[in-house]
Design a protein around this ligand. Structure first.
Ligand SMILES: [Zn+2]
Length: 123
């Protein structure tokens, strides 16, 4: 785990997509690519492709995340911020604890995306 060569993020930032709407969103409004932590030296895999729903990547099941961390609930608003489970970077999105349906949101322009599938990295 201390080998820094294994810590290089396989994803690229949102800003590197010339046409994010076409490249990042599937026809049925899901995330087209695997999603990673925004930090270049962290390689935490957050969300598999085709799970989150636009306009933020919206999930209704916490178990749909590959990896995610949470900050403590803010009492006043019932909001829990989502952070990277590996490096604690964030917030990457939020979860509202006081609505009837569970919802989790990831900021689409903040996380990194893995452009092509590399069979060797699907561990
Ligand atoms: Zn991270």
């Amino acid at each position: 785990m201390s080998n820094t060569q294994n810590r290089i993020n396989p994803g690229v930032p949102f800003t590197e997509f010339s046409n994010p709407k076409a490249e990042l969103i599937t026809e049925d409004a899901h995330n087209a690519l695997d999603i990673y932590c925004p930090q270049p030296l962290c390689r935490s895999f957050i969300l598999r492709q085709n799970i989150g729903l636009q306009p933020y990547w919206r999930l209704t099941e916490m178990m749909d995340f590959e990896n995610i961390g949470f900050l403590k609930t803010i009492e006043l608003t019932g909001i829990k911020y989502l952070i990277c489970a590996d490096c604690d970077f964030g917030p990457l999105g939020y979860h509202e604890t006081n609505v009837p349906e569970k919802e989790y949101f990831i900021a689409a322009d903040f996380v990194r995306y893995k452009k092509e599938d590399n069979v060797n990295s699907l561990v």
